[in-house]
Design a protein around this ligand. Structure first.
Ligand SMILES: [Zn+2]
Ligand SMILES: [Zn+2]
Length: 371
């Protein structure tokens, strides 16, 4: 039995319940969750922006310790500290064989059978195949990556989705080069990770755009050279910073529909517009195909930073341990599972970079010490 935050209907507050968690089958692992961050995708599902089955346990950006492995699991063992992500790969489909993990077309058993049931014996869905707003999860072995001690659980959790996506958008999707001019629209957890990724890639200038002053300050702290609120004057600011050239890459990292309007106006010829934020179903944006073609510009969709967990997570850990990637500074608040609705409200308000649910698994130790 595990305690979990169950969403039972669109807009309903979280219901903290005891659920039955089935043991891991072949190729699955059971992880005791130490920390799980709240991502805007969780809010999209619980607030009805995207469709999902109810009841559901959300949470897909987590870290913890492996407590049981099913048959066929060789890459992690009991006791390993791991990042837990929603990215799941079969390793066998054409996309996987090409290294395109985020486009995997395989079908894991956990896609068809949630390991969660409630006390009445009814199935409870595992949000995004993870369900980590719970003391423990059972996930496919491809969803976990071992991490060393020295990365606190709250920081490690961010590597499961937000940081992976923001840094990956820069390094994997857009392949930002040294000296490229970058604009990041939206400075939440993903946007600030894109800012950090751009800084690590040597981009200059890095213009961060967000309506909230606290987010602008965070962007400047994490590597942006300029931070401003959205507005018509931003192309002029960018022109001054680039000597009239505009941006080689514009990253839209928020799901706010207004952020997409005007983003192409910040783009230099040959530039790429990278769509990272995913608005609610049904939102569309007008583009001018002639202008885009004439300036030889690209629009790139970016799912999860085009990441490969096994490659990207160790790389991000290395950047963190080397002092190049700030994760601790992105965790604004922490909450207990019982207080999860406060965390959801904070995430909705946009006033926190990331809020993280921390679990009372004291033997996991936030610092990663073995019991
Ligand atoms: Zn997410
Ligand atoms: Zn696959």
């Amino acid at each position: 039995m595990v305690r979990a935050a169950v969403s039972r209907a669109v807009g309903a507050p979280a219901s903290i319940e005891e659920l039955h968690l089935a043991p891991p089958h072949r190729d699955e692992v059971r992880v005791a969750v130490a920390a799980c961050a709240v991502c805007h995708s969780d809010l999209m599902f619980m607030d009805g922006g995207w469709a999902t089955a109810f009841p559901v346990v959300l949470g897909h950006e987590a870290a913890g310790r492996v407590v049981e492995v099913g048959t066929g699991v060789h890459d992690v063992t009991v006791g390993d500290r791991v990042v837990v992500s929603l990215i799941r790969t079969c390793g066998e489909c054409l996309a996987c064989r090409r290294g395109h993990d985020v486009a995997c077309t395989g079908n894991a058993e956990v896609d068809r059978r949630s390991p969660l049931t409630d006390l009445a014996g009814s199935p409870v869905a595992q949000g995004l195949g993870t369900g980590a707003f719970a003391e423990q999860v059972v996930v496919h072995r491809s969803q976990v990556v071992p991490i060393p001690t020295g990365v606190p659980a709250e920081a490690a959790a961010l590597l499961g989705c937000g940081v992976l996506t923001g840094v990956g958008a820069v390094t994997n999707t857009a392949r930002v080069d040294h000296g490229d001019a970058v604009v990041v629209i939206g400075c939440g957890g993903v946007g600030l990770s894109a800012v950090q990724g751009a800084r690590m890639a040597g981009a200059d200038p890095i213009l961060a755009i967000d309506p909230l002053e606290a987010k602008q300050e965070a962007a400047l702290r994490l590597g942006a050279t300029h931070a401003v609120e959205p507005g018509d004057g931003n192309a002029a600011i960018l022109e001054r910073a680039t000597g009239g050239r505009l941006a080689d890459h514009v990253f839209v990292t928020t799901a706010a529909p207004g952020a997409f309007v005007g983003a192409t106006g910040l783009l230099a010829p040959m530039g790429s517009l990278v769509l990272v934020g995913m608005p609610a179903h049904g939102v569309t944006v007008d583009i001018d195909p002639t202008a885009l073609a004439a300036a030889n510009q690209a629009i790139l969709g970016c799912k999860m930073g085009t990441a490969r967990l096994a490659v990207d997570v160790p790389r991000l850990v290395d950047h963190y341990l080397g002092g190049r990637l700030d994760l601790n500074g992105m965790v604004t608040t922490t909450h207990s599972l019982d207080d999860i609705d406060s965390a959801f409200d904070e995430a909705r308000s946009g006033e926190v970079i990331r809020t993280v649910i921390v679990f009372d698994n004291t033997d996991l130790g936030a610092t990663g010490d073995t019991p």
